[in-house]
Design a protein around this ligand. Structure first.
Ligand code: NAD
Ligand code: ZN
Length: 342
């Protein structure tokens, strides 16, 4: 079968013929239909410092996918061939304290699909049955391929009550834009999103952000005045990884405001602790998705009319992967879908 492989410890990826994987007794074999390119894949493609210390080449990469089950292992009774599925990309140990308590998203020994074990950028992939998520019949396959990053948006956005609240999101990348959609769907009043790229802010508006601020030109506090907000934002979602954005967020929260932090800073960053303390802010780090409450909420929100498809800017065949990585690197793309069917 064909797969996108990090062959050597160097930049780039190659489309190669590799052996088709065989499912173990607890696994399902999935024929991949669509995948999406994540920032993580870009790090691996570019072979940055994180990728160099994390990836053991050769490795088939990719973890955002949807496909069809074509075979199941002998222990698998809940799934059958023909089902349309995505999968949780974090394979957990099942034995640590958190796993044993049912808090699998807090597993201390997670292994990542397409990072530590063979991934989804391939015609076929094997997944443990405990990681399989079945989609509702008729789901748009391009949307289904986004459940991993959509899950990051949902996991972060739903940390706090949203109904009637004012939300500030820093960073209008694909995850920030999808989080804006979730906040509106869940009943927030103002959903303000910031970025330094106008095209990204426009995209976030089409998904549901009520107001945008290009922090290269304007300030969040000016927008607060225009909106007649006196006390700051109730909920903050950090989705940029940028230190300035995080400090802007802290500076614009109401007293007692709640911040959920998904964006990953490239290095250690200073924060204004006095404001955190005097304003009694809560800051919570968010990783991955909850297994499987986040997945449940995603399916239900799509079923109840939430449309995240505007976040898709490019639809390509998997053989055009170089173009996909080029548009991702240029910043002009939000989500890029690779079709593995043709
Ligand atoms: P992205 O890089 O596409 O988006 C980040 C956006 O932040 C960009 O549009 C960028 O222009 C913007 N930005 C830069 N400086 C800014 C500033 N000063 N103010 C406001 N915005 C600014 O990333 P993404 O794929 O949407 O992911 C969002 C973040 O979440 C990234 O940091 C990513 O690494 C992280 N992430 C974390 C997890 C997790 O489990 N914690 C999972 C996936 C992604
Ligand atoms: Zn564990």
């Amino acid at each position: 079968m064909q797969a996108l492989v990090k062959r050597d410890a160097a930049p780039g990826l190659s489309l190669e013929e590799v052996p088709e994987p065989r499912p173990g007794i607890n696994d399902v074999l999935i024929k991949v239909r669509r995948t999406a390119i994540c920032g993580t894949d870009l790090h691996i493609y570019n072979w940055d410092a994180w990728a160099q210390k994390t990836i053991k080449a050769p490795m088939t990469i990719g973890h955002e996918f949807v496909g069809e089950i074509v075979e199941v292992g002998s222990n698998v009774i809940d799934f059958k061939p023909g089902q349309i599925v995505s999968g949780e990309g974090h394979v957990v140990c099942g034995r640590c304290r958190n796993c044993m308590a049912g808090r699998r998203h807090l597993c201390a020994h997670t292994s990542g699909i397409g990072v530590n074990r063979p991934g989804a950028f391939a015609e076929y992939m094997v997944l443990p049955m405990s990681n399989v998520w079945e989609h509702a019949p008729g789901i748009d396959l391009d949307v289904a391929a986004l459940f991993d990053p959509f899950g990051n948006a949902v996991h972060t956005a739903l940390q706090n009550d949203l109904l009637g609240e004012d939300v500030l999101i820093t960073g209008a990348g694909p995850i920030g834009a999808m989080a804006a959609a979730v906040c509106r769907h869940a009943g927030a009043r103002h959903v303000v999103i910031t970025d330094v790229i106008d095209a990204r802010l426009e995209m976030a508006k089409t998904l549901g952000a009520t107001h945008t601020v290009n922090v290269g030109r304007d300030t969040i506090s000016d927008l607060q005045k225009q909106l007649g907000m006196r006390e700051g934002f109730d909920v903050g979602l950090e989705m940029s990884g940028n230190p300035q954005a995080f400090n802007d967020l802290i500076a614009n929260m109401c007293h007692g405001g709640k911040i959920a932090m998904l964006g990953i800073p490239a290095k250690e960053m200073a924060i204004d602790w006095s404001t955190v303390i005097f304003n009694m802010l809560t800051i919570k780090g968010i990783y991955g998705r909850e297994m499987y409450e986040t997945w449940y909420k995603m399916s239900v929100m799509i079923d109840s009319g939430l449309d995240i498809s505007p976040v898709i800017t490019h639809r390509l065949n998997y053989r055009e992967f170089e173009q996909g990585f080029t548009v991702m690197n240029s910043g002009e793309a939000s989500k890029v879908i690779l079709n593995w069917e043709e």
